[in-house]
Design a protein around this ligand. Structure first.
Ligand code: ACO
Length: 177
């Protein structure tokens, strides 16, 4: 936890998970001006939800709905690993992704990583941030002991995920409520 002090206020910056789950190799391979982080409690102000909106509808959030979700994820931070790549020049979130760790009986209490919610802000696309986010999430999958990491994606994104080392397998099904 980081503590920020200034003359008017004292506030706390909480990280979703420990830095040991951040890939040093990905950190080193990012272009100058970009940095990898766990999701942090003040990312609401850094435009995290704006970046997610390139993916799908995010809905109207307040600081309270943000905090409620962040605290839920923090309470379950052996399951939720959300990362950001920050644009250090603007102090805004440039890209994000999540890996959820599922605990199974099969494969002797095996773990499966589910990659979700990959989004690169439109002004930062094409700069290898997407590929770095996936590499960083694969690192977390390995570090937590997953025997496989899987994801669902639109057909148009298949070539991107193939470049990230994934291969098509089986089919995706959905039931919307
Ligand atoms: N189709 C084909 N190739 C692609 C695509 C694509 N849609 N996107 C990127 N690539 C290629 C790039 O050309 C590059 O190739 P190269 O290494 O030969 O030069 C390589 O993949 C890596 O590209 P990046 O620069 O890392 O891609 P970017 O940072 O733009 O991120 C992403 C790609 C995540 C798809 C981004 O465009 C985005 O956020 N799109 C909108 C949201 C979205 O669709 N997210 C994925 C949802 S699926 C899920 O969440 C599991």
């Amino acid at each position: 936890m980081l503590h920020f002090f200034n003359t008017e206020s004292v506030f706390f910056e909480d990280s979703l998970f420990e830095d040991k789950y951040l890939s040093p190799e990905v950190q080193a391979n990012l272009h100058e001006g970009y940095r990898l982080f766990p999701l942090r409690s003040n990312d609401f102000e850094r435009g995290y939800l704006d970046v997610l909106s390139v993916l799908t509808e995010v809905g109207a959030h307040s600081i309270d709905t943000w905090n409620a979700q962040f605290q839920f994820m923090k309470k379950h931070n052996d399951t939720y690993f959300t990362i950001t790549i920050m644009d250090e020049t603007t102090n805004r979130v440039a890209a994000t992704g999540t890996i959820l760790i599922e605990h199974k009986f099969v494969h002797k209490n095996g773990l499966v990583g589910h990659i979700e919610d990959i989004a690169v802000d439109s002004s930062h696309q094409g700069k290898k941030l997407g590929i770095r986010i996936i590499e960083a999430l694969k690192f977390i999958g390995q570090a937590t002991g997953c025997y496989k990491v899987i994801l669902d994606c639109a057909s148009k994104n298949i070539p991107f995920y193939e470049k990230c080392g994934f291969a098509p397998k089986e089919s995706q099904m959905a039931w919307y409520i």
